[in-house]
Write a protein that binds this ligand. Structure first.
Ligand SMILES: *Cc1c(COP(=O)(O)O)cnc(C)c1O
Length: 487
């Protein structure tokens, strides 16, 4: 690739008067926009010929590292397994061109798909009903919490405005509670990374009839299974609260256990994580919410209902999180993912994700510090290199990985450890891919001792070297004018 020719900003490739293409002469007359709708001055857009534009963007796309380029062991907000067949299904014109205001008689197939996904998710998780309306995990959390609120209000139990959230929770949990107008009561984690039951008991005792519910993530943000769910569930239900399950990362649970069977009242799933859909930079996502029988009356409308052989929309529900049915093409991908695996194979997803994560953990724990040395679920956290004398940080390891063709794991999250390096391999990676990663991670640990400079200045093989993250966060350059230092 010639960066000089096509890698510059598109504005720098501009030549005044240059056109992308010329349309044939317009024989149909001019229909100008009304004057009040037109801008006063033409927008300052780059003027380029067609091939320059195409090459510019094609070459730039090659600068990206994605799941289709190499191993991508990000933990938590992961891109997991994204089979290409899902993209083919989601690109079918019948799905792609559908309109949210289309009469239901004209989109029965789409509604059937929607209905089947609702039912399939309910079967996989042990809940009575599902809504697919929320647009993301955080949106699902808000929807679930709104239903919990409505439930208490319907019983005239108006004091319940507090929600218990563990300190290890994903940041969206307290944020969603705040948006829902609920106050957060934090519970601590124990040294083994699990919820501190004694701390929880104290909180429950103190706030007893103010408690709307509790949000739990399982496996938690450290990739650990919460072993005391029965005790926690009893504590919360006994005081009149409801149990919320953050199931953003459900893959390790598939085929192993169901949150509905554990006594939870409501949960959300990030189908853009667990059931595929490439996402990032804010979308696209979908955060379906499942509920037990007692919350069914509070499900948001519209809902897809089956009436004999036809599918209709029910629009008079108790809650609403928007007028439409959510992110439909993400639903198409999720159902494709589930159906192409099938009932038997889907039971292997959890065990394989767990096996892969534990294999990496055990193979590297002699050179990377493992703060909680236990069997993990689909992911686990190292606290940087074991040998702290080299001065090599988690950031250096992450950057060096890029030189070897691997995407970095999640770094500096969760906040429980200073040099967090959170690794999730996903269930579909081969043992050869994983062995390759382990080998490179060991090599980097060796380099940290022998040639630390190589790591400090990494990456060396990428189009752009080490960027100044702090500067970039504080003074982001978002427009061409900022780059040129104009106004
Ligand atoms: C990703 C994630 C969320 C938030 O999901 P979004 O779709 O990004 O809003 C919530 N909880 C956990 C545990 C997550 O991993």
């Amino acid at each position: 690739m010639n960066n000089k020719l096509y890698g510059n900003l598109i504005f720098e490739l501009s030549h005044e008067g240059r056109k992308g293409y010329n349309l044939p002469e317009n024989k149909f007359g001019n229909y100008e926009l009304p004057k009040e709708m037109r801008r006063e001055k033409d927008a300052e857009l780059p003027e380029c010929d067609e091939m320059t534009v195409v090459r510019h963007y094609t070459n730039h796309s090659g600068n990206n590292f994605g799941v289709l380029n190499g191993f991508y062991p990000l933990g938590s907000c992961t891109m997991k397994y994204n089979p290409i067949i899902n993209e083919e299904m989601a690109s079918m014109p019948a799905f792609l061109n559908i309109h949210p205001l289309q009469p239901v008689e004209t989109c029965q197939g789409a509604l059937e798909l929607y209905y089947n996904l609702q039912k399939t998710l309910a079967a996989l998780t042990g809940f009575a009903e599902f809504t697919l309306n929320p647009f993301a995990g955080a949106h699902g959390e808000l929807t679930g919490l709104m239903m919990i609120r409505q439930y208490h209000e319907s019983r005239n139990d108006l004091k319940r405005t507090k929600v218990i959230i563990p300190d290890s929770a994903h940041g969206t949990n307290p944020a969603s509670a705040a948006v829902c107008g609920l106050d957060v009561l934090e519970v601590k984690s124990k040294a083994n990374g699990r919820i501190d039951l004694e701390d929880l008991k104290a909180v429950v005792e103190k706030e007893y009839d103010n408690i709307a519910g509790m949000m739990m993530t399982n496996p938690n943000t450290l990739g650990l299974f919460e072993q005391e769910i029965p005790e926690i569930e009893k504590l919360i239900h006994d005081c009149g609260g409801l149990m919320y399950y953050d199931g953003a990362n459900l893959n390790p649970m598939l085929g192993v256990c169901r949150p509905g069977d554990m006594g939870f009242d409501v949960m959300h799933i990030n189908i853009h994580k667990t059931f595929s859909t490439p996402h990032g930079g804010g979308g696209p996502g979908c955060g379906p919410v499942g509920v037990s029988e007692k919350l069914v009356p509070f499900l948001p409308s519209p809902r897809v209902i089956k009436d004999g052989d036809t599918f209709t929309l029910q629009k008079d529900g108790a809650t609403s999180v928007g007028n439409f049915l959510g992110n439909f093409l993400v639903d198409v991908r999720a159902l494709t993912y589930i159906l192409t695996l099938g009932k038997e194979n889907i039971k292997m997803v959890g065990p394989l994700a767990t096996l892969n994560a534990n294999y990496i953990k055990e193979s590297l724990k002699d050179v990377y510090e493992l703060p909680i040395d236990e069997i993990c679920k689909h992911e686990f956290v190292f606290n940087g290199l074991k040998d702290k004398s080299t001065g090599i940080t988690t950031m250096d390891v992450a950057k060096r990985l890029l030189d070897y063709g691997y995407h970095a794991p999640t770094i500096y999250f969760p906040l429980l450890f200073h040099e967090a390096l959170m690794i999730e391999p996903a269930e579909n990676e081969s043992v050869n891919t994983i062995d390759g990663f382990i080998e490179v991670m060991r090599k980097i640990a060796q380099e940290a001792k022998e040639s630390p400079e190589l790591l400090k200045s990494a990456p060396h093989n990428t189009p752009i070297g080490r960027v100044d993250d702090v500067e970039a966060a504080k003074k982001p350059i978002l427009t061409y004018k900022q780059l040129k230092n104009e106004d």
